[in-house]
Design a protein around this ligand. Structure first.
Ligand code: PRP
Ligand code: HPA
Length: 185
């Protein structure tokens, strides 16, 4: 077997499962209910942040049973590293944001630098209101702002490097059907 395949299989085998697939699915369903309660009448533009937001958005969107439009953006500050750097804007949303209620969907709020920059960008583009929904918030005191939270958050995780449900470890395991913490990280 290729050595990268072998080592990534070992990462998975040794990881700690923080949330199983069914726990994640239940949390997403609950979150969809909360979003529906507040945004169902607002004709929102729902923007998924690639790549991490892909799996979460794919599961959340069909649970939002009200009129909405969907777009995506790609902004990255980790690449395949486990430490964040400068935010690299790769693709901006195509839609006009002027006077729109915007819901940003991402996989994780870690330090919150990514979501803070995206929210500022949406506000500068004329959005009427900007909401954020994340699958997980990581609990620690290194946030971009001390009060930084997502408006909608399905789950919290301890301060470890995690993967699965769209989140990668060195570019791998976005496809893991659960949320896992890398051994030793
Ligand atoms: O709260 P922060 O510390 O800013 O980190 C959160 C961001 O980091 C990850 O993206 P990444 O830069 O790894 O790009 P990716 O989505 O392509 O994996 C994740 O998808 C979030 O967008
Ligand atoms: O813990 C993490 N895992 C994967 N991607 C991330 N982006 C920020 N933090 C993380």
């Amino acid at each position: 077997m290729d050595s990268i395949v072998q080592s990534m299989q070992q990462v998975f085998d040794e990881a700690d499962c923080l949330y199983t697939k069914s726990q994640v699915e239940r949390a997403i369903a609950q979150l969809a209910g909360n979003i529906t309660e507040t945004l169902a009448e607002s004709n929102p533009l729902v923007i998924s942040v690639m790549n991490g937001g892909l799996v979460f958005a794919g599961q959340l969107l069909p649970l939002l049973q009200f009129p909405l439009q969907q777009d995506y953006m790609h902004a990255s500050r980790y690449g395949e590293a486990v430490q964040g750097g400068t935010l690299d804007w790769r693709v901006r949303p195509e839609s006009m944001l002027t006077d729109r209620t915007v819901l940003i969907i991402d996989d994780i709020l870690d330090q919150g630098e990514t979501l803070a920059a995206i929210m500022e960008d949406c506000n500068n583009a004329g959005a009427k209101a900007v909401y954020t929904a994340v699958l997980v918030e990581k609990l620690h005191d290194r946030k971009a702002r001390p009060d930084m939270h997502a408006d909608y958050c399905a789950l919290t995780v301890e301060d470890r490097f995690i993967f699965g449900y769209g989140m990668d470890y060195k570019g791998y395991w976005r496809n893991a059907a659960g949320i896992y913490a890398v051994k030793g990280l």
